[in-house]
Ligand binder design. Structure first.
Ligand code: COA
Length: 186
């Protein structure tokens, strides 16, 4: 499969089974984590339970990587509450059959592109120190993410939480209340 066959497009509620298949197929997520991945999907695509949910600034945003008409990978991200333009990448996964074809790169390009357009400041990623995440950490390292902190034995004995960050716009202005903002700010 060539890298050019990957297409970035929005996900829809009907893609839930694809998301479940992708997350399971990666082989790195346990049952709890598969459940969390689907909870995030349902939070974004399920019926709105409350009129208080703000459709214009959702907690979880999804982007899909498609080959032909089917999603083969996706990313989920959102603004970190109580921060000034810091975002979390909550999930990224590409089906093993489609890995190393540029889908992950295309997803990160899309996420970072959207965030840069919003003048996001920082993207934070939490990952594991386990050996089966070596390719994942290499993937992030190639994109300029570096280790900002580590919580030893967080997930399990010998399995650290590794916190990676990348600054998205070095020249982004300070907090909105400190600096006058153009009225057209997205
Ligand atoms: C991490 C992941 C999303 C990368 O997706 P991908 O589509 O395979 O990545 P790409 O093909 O766009 O790779 C981009 C670059 O990342 C690096 N990379 C990706 N996978 C790699 C691997 N297995 N080994 C070494 N480098 C790798 C390479 O530099 C690669 O460029 P190249 O293929 O030109 O050498 C995918 O491996 C995955 O789903 N992993 C399991 C789930 C996971 O760990 N998610 C993150 C949880 S924190």
């Amino acid at each position: 499969v060539s890298a050019t066959s990957v297409r970035i497009a929005p996900l829809e509620a009907r893609h839930r089974p694809h998301i479940e298949t992708i997350v399971r197929a990666t082989g790195v997520f346990n049952e709890d984590e598969v459940g969390v991945a689907l909870e995030l999907f349902d939070a974004a695509f399920g019926p709105r339970l409350s009129a208080l949910v703000d459709a214009d600034s959702p907690d979880y945003e999804f982007v899909g990587a498609f080959q032909d008409e089917s999603p083969v990978g996706y990313a989920c991200f959102g603004q970190t509450p109580s921060t000034d333009r810091t975002y979390d990448l909550y999930w990224i996964a590409v089906h093993p059959d489609a890995q190393r074809t540029g889908a992950g790169r295309a997803l990160m390009d899309e996420v970072e592109g959207r965030l840069t357009a919003r003048q996001a400041r920082l993207l934070v990623i939490e990952t594991s120190s386990r050996d089966d995440y070596v390719p994942t950490r290499r993937f992030y390292g190639r994109r300029g993410y570096s280790e900002a902190a580590r919580v030893r034995d967080f997930y399990d004995l010998g399995d650290d939480r590794v916190i990676l960050t990348r600054r998205l716009s070095a020249s982004a202005p300070a907090r909105p209340e400190a600096v006058p903002q153009p009225s057209s700010r997205i």
